[in-house]
Design a protein around this ligand. Structure first.
Ligand code: FES
Length: 90
């Protein structure tokens, strides 16, 4: 099991989940389009730790960034991702 820490909480990634799956399940705000490493829309800042890609992504990934749609953490990781904030109804 891999522990994931974000700006607001910590959770365990489930077997078979990508990092994006786990972030969505726990209510985080992550953009995405292709979910397979092509577009780069899910690019996220990695604060600590390392990830492994199921397949080398085609989208550019700078040092200190990850594409959560197509990777799993190697051990504990920390990401700079906020929770989804709900707008209050007037
Ligand atoms: S959603 Fe396209 S690279 Fe992650």
């Amino acid at each position: 099991m891999s522990k994931v820490r974000t700006r607001d909480l910590s959770f365990e990634l489930r077997a078979g989940e990508t990092l994006l799956d786990g972030l969505e399940r726990t209510g985080h705000a992550v953009e995405y389009q292709c979910r397979s490493g092509y577009c780069g829309a899910c690019r996220t800042a990695l604060v600590n730790g390392a990830v492994r890609y199921q397949q080398e992504p085609l989208a550019f990934v700078a040092s200190g960034e990850v594409l959560p749609c197509c990777c799993r953490p190697e051990g504990e990781v920390q990401l700079d991702v906020p929770l989804v904030t709900l707008k209050k109804q007037a």
